[in-house]
Ligand binder design. Structure first.
Ligand SMILES: *[C@@H]1O[C@H](CO)[C@@H](O)[C@H](O)[C@H]1NC(C)=O
Ligand SMILES: *[C@@H]1O[C@H](CO)[C@@H](O)[C@H](O)[C@H]1NC(C)=O
Ligand SMILES: *[C@@H]1O[C@H](CO)[C@@H](O)[C@H](O)[C@H]1NC(C)=O
Ligand SMILES: *[C@@H]1O[C@H](CO)[C@@H](O)[C@H](O)[C@H]1NC(C)=O
Ligand SMILES: *[C@@H]1O[C@H](CO)[C@@H](O)[C@H](O)[C@H]1NC(C)=O
Ligand SMILES: *[C@@H]1O[C@H](CO)[C@@H](O)[C@H](O)[C@H]1NC(C)=O
Ligand SMILES: *[C@@H]1O[C@H](CO)[C@@H](O)[C@H](O)[C@H]1NC(C)=O
Ligand SMILES: *[C@@H]1O[C@H](CO)[C@@H](O)[C@H](O)[C@H]1NC(C)=O
Ligand SMILES: *[C@@H]1O[C@H](CO)[C@@H](O)[C@H](O)[C@H]1NC(C)=O
Ligand SMILES: *[C@@H]1O[C@H](CO)[C@@H](O)[C@H](O)[C@H]1NC(C)=O
Length: 437
């Protein structure tokens, strides 16, 4: 198992060298410009998502097709991202999910007109990458005399369900905090694949006889983990007023309409461009999502040198794997393409190379300790030149470089078949270096 993981790592070391030679892989999807807006208010907008700004050049490729959001002022210079008119609170690359805000629908008795006032909301995500998450949400209905329906697109729809919430003997005394089982509160699951949602209250159930203690009923599809029933929800406006009439909603997103198997065949559109990423077919609706392979972190939708999945800092990978060879042959500049390495970062890389070669050299008393190498690498990583490509910490065998600590020369790294990452890494790099020469 360990050896397998190492093999991947070493393979990747080799890959990094070829990347350095040919940074823009032929036939790959266009790269997003580094000038793209990646924050909107306090929400991070990772690629494949992007912010659409009027006047922006489509050549910037800030988002994958269909993944554009807008960043709008919601008042007083508070900016928030939106998909259509739905606010986006958070985007998760790893889960392929986004948290949005959904409006609470209501049915209230109006004592002045002696009629019910209905406020029904709907959402239409047709044609977007978003599908309502079936395992993250529950259709939630609150009230003492209410039946609310959830359905998809009007007449053309295929789905309809509903939930009834009642109170016995016109009283809320039997309701229990934290228990949503039909008394004052009802929840039901939704099927997969829904991109359209609408709420309707049944007109046969109304609050005209109970308005004194429960004037309004509510219904909304919402994140189930952020809901816990409180008896006050049926007797007061609390549920609606907590967050301005909105609650969190979980959306599953994916690169739509193709399976991994099909998508892989078209290198020009395949979205999992990081070499250390894997493709997973979407569990909700057609399409696929990308994830970093085990032991790697980063953005699987970006190429490795743009912030894709890395286990070892991209630049230092080149340092560790390529420099021995390069230093020996004096062809450092030839190895590194000028697109990725400018003159300024060259100095940093050279220092890393010297370190790497010292540590990777055949066992000897002149080696620096691993700890010193780690410290030195960390210092180099802080260098201004490298800040343009923020890198996750160096990880070998899922342990960080710092944790490995110890020294290059400690005999335990070399003990028999019970190899450690460092020993094997050195060994393999040595071997492949020799092989390459
Ligand atoms: C956001 O701003 C754009 C451009 O001004 C506008 O077209 C859009 O309707 C706005 N969306 C929301 C949800 O306010
Ligand atoms: C992606 O990888 C992370 C970390 O390895 C894991 O927690 C997550 O469940 C994975 N997501 C999917 C969709 O496989
Ligand atoms: C409430 O429902 C009752 C029984 O269904 C009906 O008689 C009454 O007219 C309704 N009132 C309103 C305001 O809808
Ligand atoms: C939902 O949006 C899609 C795409 O914009 C549109 O074609 C469709 O008519 C909309 N559905 C409804 C019921 O409005
Ligand atoms: C996926 O395919 C459906 C039907 O073929 C189409 O209506 C929809 O627009 C496609 N979605 C995307 C994101 O391409
Ligand atoms: C439910 O919790 C609220 C506080 O959150 C409390 O005021 C109320 O008395 C509780 N109701 C019952 C029936 O326990
Ligand atoms: C509501 O309360 C008022 C006074 O508190 C009372 O006169 C009225 O009959 C009550 N209405 C109902 C439907 O219980
Ligand atoms: C719920 O809250 C929203 C936003 O504050 C408000 O516009 C709406 O009237 C409220 N609905 C009810 C039934 O109170
Ligand atoms: C990924 O690896 C392949 C060889 O397996 C190589 O040709 C390609 O350039 C690499 N791409 C990136 C972005 O590293
Ligand atoms: C490696 O060491 C661990 C504990 O130190 C031991 O359990 C394991 O059997 C060893 N493996 C081999 C192949 O020697």
């Amino acid at each position: 198992m360990e050896l397998h993981k190492l093999a991947v790592l070493v393979l990747w070391l080799g890959v990094a060298i070829s990347t350095a030679r040919f940074p823009a892989a032929a036939g790959a999807p266009p790269l997003p410009s580094s000038g793209c807006q990646r924050m909107c208010g306090n929400v991070e907008i990772p690629y494949p998502f992007g912010i659409w700004k009027s006047g922006e050049s489509p050549a910037d490729h800030c988002a994958h097709r269909g993944f554009y959001l807008t960043c709008n002022d919601t008042g007083h210079n508070v900016y928030r991202p939106f998909s259509g008119n739905v606010e986006v609170r958070e985007i998760s690359l790893q889960r392929g999910q986004a948290r949005m805000l959904n409006h609470i629908s209501s049915a209230c008795y109006n004592t002045a007109t002696r009629a019910m006032n209905y406020n029904d909301w709907w959402l239409n995500f047709t044609g977007t990458p978003f599908v309502l998450s079936d395992n993250g949400n529950k259709f939630t209905v609150l009230g003492c005399q209410t039946l609310a329906y959830i359905s998809d697109n009007g007449n053309a729809g295929k789905y309809m369900s509903g939930c009834v919430a009642m109170c016995r003997q016109r009283s809320v005394t039997n309701l229990v905090n934290g228990s949503c089982s039909g008394m004052g509160c009802c929840q039901t699951a939704i099927p997969t694949g829904l991109q359209y949602y609408r709420v309707r209250f049944d007109k046969g159930f109304n609050t005209s006889a109970i308005y004194n203690f429960s004037r309004c009923s509510y219904a909304v599809l919402m994140e189930s983990s952020s809901f816990s029933f409180r008896t006050s929800y049926v007797t007061s406006p609390e549920f609606n007023s907590t967050d301005g009439g909105q609650v969190p909603l979980v959306m599953d997103w994916a690169i739509r309409n193709e399976t991994c198997e099909k998508a892989r065949m078209n290198a020009e559109t395949y979205a999992c461009v990081s070499n250390n990423s894997e493709c997973f077919n979407s569990l909700n609706g057609p399409g696929y999502i990308c994830n970093c392979s085990k032991g790697y972190t980063g953005n699987p939708y970006l190429q490795d040198l743009q912030g894709g999945c890395t286990g070892v800092s991209g630049v230092f990978v080149i340092a560790l794997a390529g420099f021995l060879e390069a230093m020996v042959d004096g062809m450092l500049l030839e190895l590194l393409d000028s697109d990725i390495v400018n003159e300024a970062s060259m100095g940093v890389i050279h220092q890393a190379a010297v370190l790497a070669s010292q540590c990777l050299a055949v066992p000897g008393s002149t080696r620096p300790t691993m700890k010193r190498v780690a410290e030195e690498l960390q210092r180099l990583a802080q260098a201004d030149e490298l800040q343009q490509y923020p890198q996750p910490p160096l990880v070998i065998e899922s342990r960080s470089f710092m944790e490995i600590g110890s020294t290059c020369t400690t005999s335990s790294w070399y003990a028999g078949s019970n190899t450690t990452g460092v020993y094997s890494l050195e060994n393999k790099v040595m071997q492949s270096t020799e092989f390459a020469r």
